[in-house]
Design a binder for this molecule. Structure first.
Ligand SMILES: C[S@@+](CC[C@H](N)C(=O)[O-])C[C@H]1O[C@@H](n2cnc3c(N)ncnc32)[C@H](O)[C@@H]1O
Length: 317
């Protein structure tokens, strides 16, 4: 039995409790083709629990900062919602989702399976300017799997040593990737993907009572990630985001780094907060803030080990 410490930050309560927790990694299938910095695989049990306690099954999940999209994929695969709207501003990340929605999963899978993974081959491939959306998508997957921490932003470097000294290919699992793409292909007609500003997309659905929102914005001001560029698009008007959330007819769940600026915004807008622990590769416990209108459903949840979370520790090699 692992032990988890949950520190609640409800405005009216700031207590601390020790709870026994089993680690249950098997309950969180990896479904995304990305290894994504700030990816929320570890939050899946919390997300499931949130949706399960809603009074009616939501028709639509809006994920305005989609990144690797694990929450949207989980919602579709587990039939938690009927449709998802995913938004992502990064054109390279968007190219992958666009290619998938346009039915290119099989082409991408064949390209991945046939690729001879060596540093020379990666460098040669990435020198070719992509002529089509699907080629851009392939190059994004290739970069995401060969750059340190999956970080696509400028300044990122190739993996040098990687797992078991396998170097640049240590995160290149062609068969696994091909299978994930084939699985996603079954659901693409239920994905509405937009390469657009998440703030705008939230507003477009704000009056729908049958929609819910999973909101995982980029956050780099203050905190441990200060000065680090995980994403090409990392600046956001956080106050505007909170204001947009306040106006939503449907429920929302937001996640953030634990930072004073964020906590004060949550208080200002009358939202509730809780800290959720996660364990990274180095078994250090990280905590992330979860914010919503009412978090009374959030009690005991397992600590999840996220195998690809080394970028979150500050130990980027
Ligand atoms: C914390 S990450 C999301 C990670 C995602 N939840 C996952 O599990 O992979 C935030 C994402 O928001 C994107 N982004 C930044 N500004 C945006 C904007 N205004 N609209 C849409 N996406 C944006 C970034 O490119 C990044 O992919």
């Amino acid at each position: 039995m692992a032990t988890r410490r949950q520190l609640a930050f409800f405005p009216e309560y700031a207590g601390e409790i020790n709870l026994p927790r089993p680690v249950n990694v098997a309950s969180v299938p990896q479904r995304s083709p990305f290894r994504y910095p700030g990816g929320k695989t570890w939050l899946v049990p919390t997300f499931r629990r949130w949706v399960a306690q809603l009074k009616t099954k939501p028709q639509l999940l809006v994920e305005p900062f989609a990144g690797g999209g694990i929450i949207s994929l989980t919602a579709l695969f587990e039939n938690l919602v009927n449709r998802v709207v995913m938004a992502e501003l990064d054109e390279e990340v968007a190219a992958v989702w666009e290619a998938l929605v346009q039915g290119e999963a099989e082409w991408l899978a064949s390209r991945i399976l046939a690729f001879p993974m060596t540093r020379e081959a990666v460098e040669a491939e990435l020198r070719i300017p992509p002529n089509t959306g699907r080629e851009k998508a392939f190059q994004t997957i290739l970069r995401n799997r060969t750059l340190h921490g999956g970080i696509l932003a400028e300044g990122s470097r190739f993996i040098r040593h990687g797992e078991n000294g396998k170097g640049i290919g240590s995160r290149w699992y062609p068969k696994t990737l091909a299978r994930r793409l084939a699985d996603i292909d079954h659901f693409v007609d239920r994905i509405d993907f937009r390469c657009d500003d998440g703030l705008k997309v939230i507003q477009q659905f704000s009056e729908r009572q049958d929609a819910i929102y999973f909101i995982d914005p980029p956050y780099t001001a203050g905190g441990k990630k200060a000065g680090r560029r995980l994403y090409k698009y990392h600046q956001l008007n956080h106050e505007q985001l909170f204001a947009n959330c306040q106006s939503l007819a449907g429920d929302f769940l937001m996640t953030y780094d634990e930072a004073e600026e964020v906590k004060s915004l949550a208080r200002q807008f009358g939202f509730q907060m809780s800290l959720i622990p996660m364990k990274n590769t180095h078994h250090a416990t990280m905590k992330e803030l979860v914010i919503g209108r009412n978090l009374s459903w959030l009690d005991e949840l397992p600590t999840i080990h996220e195998p690809e979370a080394d970028y979150a520790t500050g130990e980027i090699k």
